[in-house]
Ligand binder design. Structure first.
Ligand code: ATP
Length: 384
């Protein structure tokens, strides 16, 4: 969808901002460009909508070389979100959002209806916020309007340059969450620049780690964190990359242990016999419907009666597919040696610290083999 072929940009003063860059962003894919200040991320992005022209090489959008396209028309096909949102101060939020549809010649009513729909999508009630002026919004709300405006004409491609950079960390995380939700609904091809590795990992299907003017590694977040290609990348992603991996590795059924299971209405003696036979010290307790209730220890079962009289409630659980980080958090919160993993209300097994570690290892091994995270067809870097 977006393709860079041997692209170099040398500014007139001799600075080589981008040096022989080749990579591709597949349709519907989000690639984050991350790296230190001045390494050429913004220059890369601006060559897509022709705010900067390459010195050599080609940039293609939807298979067309942008050099042959009218820049103004091209920009109307491409949503562009920048940090200093750049809203028109004397236009209402609704009119700001309707800017590109209006430029494209949409009828006013249609453009405004579309703008209202987009404001709603980014979490701003169009009735409340539509009539306001940009100065009457918070920083986070202004950024949302920036995103709504970029999406209003339903562009094929979205370019985002530090789109959540100007707000405090809490709002930033909220905006990222909203953006991820929105993206699930409106799948666009996105190139997003950030200098924040956490943001890159959180949002990107793949992340491109920039060194000076070149991509040092382009891969899934898990692979970049798990198997940095160079010492530069390892240093850039940080010594805590193992921890960061917890957020991009999901709990899978194969990671789970299957402890003995007892039913709430089962006689304690029978459950105790089963535990002894399996050499286990405790069992997970399920109710009649097979939903998680809690756990019971072998020693407690000696008191007799039913399992239900002796079981402890346990709320430490996560859904299948949750990030390992969430599972680890729940384990710590409940001070538990395991966390139950559920599919809907159904019990699937438990994740223990040892299994968690194994799961983390598994994803390193998978990444080392080049197994992708499985979203889009990853045509990897053709970087010479
Ligand atoms: N118009 C220009 N003329 C000369 N040099 C420029 C120009 N624009 C950018 N540069 C230089 O090109 C290099 C890459 O700049 P660019 O803005 O692409 O980096 P970046 O990675 O986006 O940085 P940041 O994270 O700070 O925005 C820098 O050394 C910068 O100083």
């Amino acid at each position: 969808m977006i393709r860079f072929e041997q692209v170099t940009k040398r500014y007139p003063d001799g600075t080589t901002a981008v040096d022989g860059l080749s990579f591709e962003v597949a349709e519907g894919e989000l690639v984050t460009l991350v790296g230190p200040s001045g390494c050429g991320k913004t220059t890369t992005m601006m060559m897509v909508n022709r705010l900067v022209e390459p010195t050599s090489g080609r940039v293609l959008v939807g298979g067309e070389d942008v050099a042959g396209l009218d820049p103004v028309r091209l920009r109307r096909r491409i949503g562009y979100v920048i940090q200093q949102v750049g809203l028109f101060p004397h236009r209402t939020v609704l009119d700001n959002t309707a800017t590109v549809p209006a430029l494209l010649g949409w009828k006013r009513a249609r453009a405004r209806a579309r703008a209202a729909e987009l404001l709603d999508l980014v979490g701003l009630d169009p009735k409340t916020y539509g009539p306001r002026y940009p100065r009457q919004l918070s920083g986070g709300q202004r950024q949302r309007v920036g995103v709504a405006r970029a999406l209003a004409a339903d562009p094929e491609v979205l370019l985002m340059d530090e789109p959540f950079g100007a707000v405090d960390p809490v709002v930033r995380e909220q905006l990222q969450d909203e953006f991820l939700r929105m993206r699930a609904a409106v799948r666009k091809t996105v190139l997003l620049v950030t200098h924040d590795i956490e943001e890159a990992v959180r949002l990107g299907d793949r992340i491109a780690v920039y060194g000076r003017g070149r991509i040092e590694q382009l891969d899934t977040p898990g692979a970049v964190l798990g198997s940095p290609a160079t010492s530069y990348v390892a240093e850039f992603v940080g010594a805590d990359r193992g921890l960061k991996r917890l957020s991009v590795t999901a709990v899978e059924r194969g990671d789970l242990e299957q402890p003995p299971v007892a039913r709430l209405d089962e006689p304690a003696g029978r459950a105790a016999g089963r535990l002894r036979a399996e050499g286990a010290r405790w069992a997970v307790v399920l109710d009649a419907a097979g939903d998680l209730h809690g756990w019971v220890g072998l020693d407690a079962l000696a008191a007799g009666g039913s399992v239900g009289d002796l079981a402890h409630r346990m709320n430490a659980w996560v859904p299948v597919g949750a990030p390992l980080k969430q599972a680890f958090g729940v384990m710590l919160q409940h001070d538990a040696g395991w966390v139950a993993v559920l599919d809907g209300a159904r019990f699937c097994g438990v994740l223990t610290p040892a299994k968690l570690h194994e799961a983390l290892r598994r994803s390193v091994d998978a990444d080392a083999l080049g197994v992708p995270r499985g979203q889009v067809g990853f045509d990897s870097v053709a970087d010479a």
